[in-house]
Design a protein around this ligand. Structure first.
Ligand SMILES: [Zn+2]
Ligand SMILES: [Zn+2]
Length: 233
């Protein structure tokens, strides 16, 4: 029912910002530029590997100093707080945010990585149950948006989730690492052989999901793996 109401509201008030309710914006976007400008972007002073903000400077966070990840680096738009957090939560219910969030992701990607280094874009797969319930995988929508802009293919059915898991946000760090082990599998290994891949997800907290995907992709011959997420928690 609420979805029908949402669709009706969008139809009647197409320019109302989904976050602040302001209708002052003329752009056909569900979120206004004022709200976009309030995002807590991660710019300078972050870990070069996992993008964790480092207010006191330095190249690596304490976690990356002691961990050898299988990905080259993770890139994130902003901190998981305020407007960005609200947008990500709304994105789980409504797919109309894909262009606005895709645009943020694209900007962050082009600032931090040479897109010509990438061969394929791979969204983190949801469990079938969750994707069916939601009607879409938000990471696939973001991957498709990026794909159109940088003209690299999305490979969405080759990295698959073979185990349903407790949502990571309900767990602590140790539990997350254990929870995500052996969750993914690759169907056709030849596809990824010697390819550089960028994995798309919405949030990275411990990076354990990105790491587990990277382990599997590398095991199946991937040359380099990068992570691109909306928020770093
Ligand atoms: Zn707004
Ligand atoms: Zn780090």
């Amino acid at each position: 029912m609420s979805k029908i109401v949402d669709v009706l509201i969008d139809f009647l008030f197409p320019n109302v910002c989904i976050i602040c309710g302001s209708n002052a914006n003329n752009i056909k976007s569900p979120v206004c530029q004022t709200c976009i400008s309030k995002i807590d972007y991660i710019k300078m002073l972050h870990c070069v590997t996992c993008f964790q903000p480092l207010p006191d400077g330095g190249a690596h966070c304490w976690q990356c100093k002691k961990t050898k990840y299988h990905f080259e680096k993770v890139i994130a738009v902003g901190k998981y707080t305020g407007v960005l957090r609200d947008l990500i939560l709304k994105f789980k219910e409504r797919d109309l945010l894909k262009d606005a969030l895709g645009e943020l992701l694209l900007k962050t990607l082009t600032i931090n990585l040479d897109a010509s280094l990438i061969d394929y874009i791979v969204p983190v797969p949801l469990s079938r149950k969750r994707e069916f319930k939601r009607g879409y995988n938000q990471s696939v929508l973001l991957a498709e948006f990026i794909s159109n802009k940088i003209t690299k293919d999305v490979i969405k059915d080759n990295l698959v989730r073979v185990k349903d898991t407790t949502p990571q946000f309900e767990l602590n760090r140790e539990e997350r690492l254990f929870n995500i082990k052996n969750v993914f599998s690759v169907k056709e290994p030849l596809t990824f052989r010697d390819k550089s891949i960028i994995i798309i997800d919405d949030i990275a907290t411990t990076c354990s999901t990105l790491e587990e995907c990277s382990v599997i992709l590398k095991r199946n011959g991937a040359k380099k793996v990068y992570g691109l997420v909306l928020a770093r928690d």
